[in-house]
Design a protein around this ligand. Structure first.
Ligand SMILES: *[C@@H]1O[C@H](CO)[C@@H](O)[C@H](O)[C@H]1NC(C)=O
Ligand SMILES: *[C@@H]1O[C@H](CO)[C@@H](O)[C@H](O)[C@H]1NC(C)=O
Ligand SMILES: *[C@@H]1O[C@H](CO)[C@@H](O)[C@H](O)[C@H]1NC(C)=O
Ligand SMILES: *[C@@H]1O[C@H](CO)[C@@H](O)[C@H](O)[C@H]1NC(C)=O
Ligand SMILES: *[C@@H]1O[C@H](CO)[C@@H](O)[C@H](O)[C@H]1NC(C)=O
Ligand SMILES: *[C@@H]1O[C@H](CO)[C@@H](O)[C@H](O)[C@H]1NC(C)=O
Ligand SMILES: *[C@@H]1O[C@H](CO)[C@@H](O)[C@H](O)[C@H]1NC(C)=O
Length: 371
């Protein structure tokens, strides 16, 4: 009996929309920050920063063999998803350098969920911020749409066969608050605002006809080497014994993620015709860090590949990846962390597989697909 019900459920849940929502996405639109940026920051920063390190070698060395504006040695999760669906690697919107018929990437490194004005008004902005938060990125999508589809109906149809990746957002909001002097306790108070902003963005995409929206949570911020070198005089009990990551920052990441998952479930209940997918960076990264050798990585997963520092993390803010005299490790394939903040292509590949097939997405992106 139970088996029959399960079978009926599978049949019914596929009827009508399995084909449509299947592997046959006709385009990908991405919003986010440096974990998804494929070249937008370089366009914004080149005229105003003295040096844009992400535009210099060894960024890109493994896959592209030249820098592309991605904060990695190669492909990001977004790139692996595009390849899986046989679509072009999603072109950066601000480069205005390609057709966007099959997708556009609006992600900008440093982008926040909350508006830029929030940070300016609260004296939390800094010279590394651009006015490129989530609502601005949604505005760029609105600007682009008339070139992709014409009538309301045509646009709803066009959008319904697109894959939307909304994030991750949040980690920069919390970082800028901390840099601006907010305590961690104060930062917790802003989590509902951040979640609400992401949730509202998903709702806007659904109104526009989106049928598949992937909403990623944030990475374990306490395992980011750049955060681990900030204060070297913290007591031993501040670190997770198993991983060496910072407990308080990981707690905040998990709190954000569980609130985001709740919001995604609520949106799913209100919009049963849409596939909303919560994608889990956190556990994907944590599981690698717990047993790196199991996934083919070196057993010091908190050590950055690209850098030149005398500490165990190989991170020095004044001698960061791509700065003069700072090179990368022999074999990036064996490293989890690339530059002290962002991950290697090898790590992103593993995460992408977990989003596509599980266990790192609910439901897995490929799950309701007839294959
Ligand atoms: C995939 O989508 C394209 C464009 O909508 C359509 O022409 C094609 O027939 C679809 N292919 C399959 C196998 O559904
Ligand atoms: C634009 O595309 C050309 C040719 O593919 C490439 O050489 C150039 O670097 C691109 N520019 C940007 C800003 O991406
Ligand atoms: C950010 O850009 C938007 C759109 O151009 C503009 O309306 C807004 O005032 C800008 N915000 C700040 C703080 O400059
Ligand atoms: C804004 O922040 C800066 C640096 O954190 C501080 O020096 C300044 O006094 C603050 N200004 C206000 C109006 O709070
Ligand atoms: C570093 O951590 C110690 C112990 O928690 C604390 O007393 C100190 O204020 C911290 N230093 C900075 C610069 O945050
Ligand atoms: C970081 O770089 C600075 C300047 O090159 C150097 O003085 C310092 O010792 C370095 N720190 C570490 C931990 O490597
Ligand atoms: C680190 O920097 C120093 C000084 O610039 C250089 O001599 C050394 O070769 C560098 N090491 C690595 C691993 O890049």
């Amino acid at each position: 009996m139970r088996l029959l019900l399960l079978f009926l459920f599978l049949v019914l849940s596929c009827r009508g929309n399995c084909k449509r929502d299947s592997l046959n996405f006709t385009s990908i639109f991405s919003f986010g920050d440096s974990y998804a940026d494929t070249g937008n920051l370089v366009v914004l920063a080149t005229p105003v920063w003295k040096d844009v390190w992400v535009a210099m070698p060894p960024y890109g060395e493994t896959f592209f063999h030249h820098p592309t504006g991605r904060w990695s040695d190669g492909r990001l999760v977004l790139d692996f998803l595009a390849q899986k669906f046989s679509l072009p690697l999603v072109p950066p919107y601000l480069a205005h350098n390609s057709s966007f018929k099959q997708g556009a990437n609006f992600a900008v490194s440093g982008a926040t969920a909350l508006d830029f004005s929030f940070f300016v008004n609260n004296n939390l902005s800094n010279p590394f911020m651009f006015n490129s938060s989530l609502s601005i990125q949604l505005g760029w999508f609105a600007d682009l749409k008339p070139s992709l589809c014409k009538s309301y109906e045509e646009c709803q149809e066009y959008v319904s066969t697109s894959l939307f990746i909304l994030g991750e957002f949040g980690v920069n909001d919390y970082s800028f608050m901390k840099f601006g002097g907010k305590t961690l306790e104060q930062v917790y108070g802003y989590v509902p605002m951040v979640i609400e902003k992401i949730s509202a963005a998903a709702e806007s995409l659904i109104k526009q006809g989106a049928k598949t929206v992937v909403i990623p949570g944030i990475l374990p911020d306490g395992c980011i080497p750049a955060n681990l070198v900030q204060n070297t005089s913290r007591p031993k009990e501040d670190y997770e014994p198993e991983t060496g990551c910072l407990k308080d920052l990981n707690d905040l990441s998990r709190h954000h993620n569980s609130e985001l998952l709740k919001a995604v479930k609520q949106l799913q209940q209100k919009n049963s015709h849409v596939r909303l997918i919560y994608a889990d960076y956190y556990h994907a990264v944590m599981n690698i860090i717990r047993t790196p050798h199991h996934f083919g990585f070196i057993d010091t997963p908190l050590r950055a590949c690209c850098g030149n520092a005398s500490n165990q993390y190989n991170v020095n803010q004044t001698k960061a990846c791509a700065m003069p005299g700072v090179g990368s490790c022999e074999n990036p394939l064996e490293y989890v962390n690339w530059d002290g903040v962002h991950l290697t292509e090898a790590a992103y590949h593993h995460i992408a597989e977990g989003w596509l097939r599980g266990p790192y997405a609910v439901p897995p992106i490929l799950s309701s697909v007839d294959n």
